[in-house]
Write a protein of this length. Structure first.
Length: 232
């Protein structure tokens, strides 16, 4: 088992380019696994990666989502300077944009544990621990993925980190979107994650100040490595 995880920050990158890069890495890992199953020799180790990045304004719709949850037409998208993609992750519609940390773990879970629910809970835990370091109490909302503030109060509950993943042959891709200094107005153009009665928030809104994203990335990266038991 290879518990080493390579971390990389792609910076600001077009969504489609990042998706294509993810797919290439994902297919490469899956190919090694298939080769190992056919081979009678010593299996080759599969690589694991944790990718952080940021996207220009974009809306993405998961496999189980409804196009009706995008409240803009093609012309309106252009006016907003945003793009739109239907993609192969789980979940409904979400928004990515500047001021948001997007994480793409491409992990062979057979190197760690084979439980997709545990995988999602571990991602949530890392975000919860990161928010805690800034004095922001957060948690989980029953029946939903992601990280929420005031999850015990149906009226006040608001999402600060959305999640949507793909897992095939125990290899993951896609991941999470964590609102740090995000422009929340862009969420008004969708029914976020298909949930019409819950608000969306960000760290800067909760703290009343712009947050150092590089600092958040560092803390989040450390928390992900610690929660999962990743090796450097």
């Amino acid at each position: 088992m290879n518990k080493k995880v390579d971390f990389v920050d792609w910076g600001l990158i077009d969504y489609k380019e990042a998706w294509d890069r993810q797919e290439a890495i994902f297919e490469q890992v899956c190919a090694v696994k298939m080769e190992n199953r056919k081979s009678e020799g010593e299996p080759k180790p599969t690589e694991n990666r944790l990718i952080f990045c940021e996207h220009p304004h974009v809306y993405t719709l998961g496999k189980s989502g409804s196009e009706d949850h995008l409240l803009l037409n093609e012309e309106s998208l252009k006016q907003k300077g945003a793009t739109y993609y239907k993609i192969n992750r789980g979940g409904d519609i979400t928004y990515h944009g500047p001021g948001q940390i997007v994480g793409y773990p491409i992990i062979d879970l057979e190197n760690f544990f084979t439980d997709i629910h545990k995988y999602l809970r571990c991602l949530e835990e890392a975000v919860i621990l990161t928010l805690e370091e800034y004095g922001i109490a957060s948690g989980r909302l029953d029946g939903f993925t992601g990280v929420w503030l005031d999850p015990e109060d149906p009226v006040k509950a608001r999402k600060i980190c959305a999640m949507g993943v793909k897992c095939s042959r125990w290899v993951t891709m896609h991941g999470f979107a964590f609102n740090v200094n995000a422009n929340l107005d862009y969420f008004n153009n969708i029914v976020p994650c298909g949930i019409s009665d819950k608000a969306v928030t960000s760290m800067d809104k909760e703290l009343g100040r712009v947050v150092d994203e590089d600092e958040v990335k560092q803390k989040l990266r450390e928390n992900i490595f610690n929660v999962f038991g990743f090796d450097e």
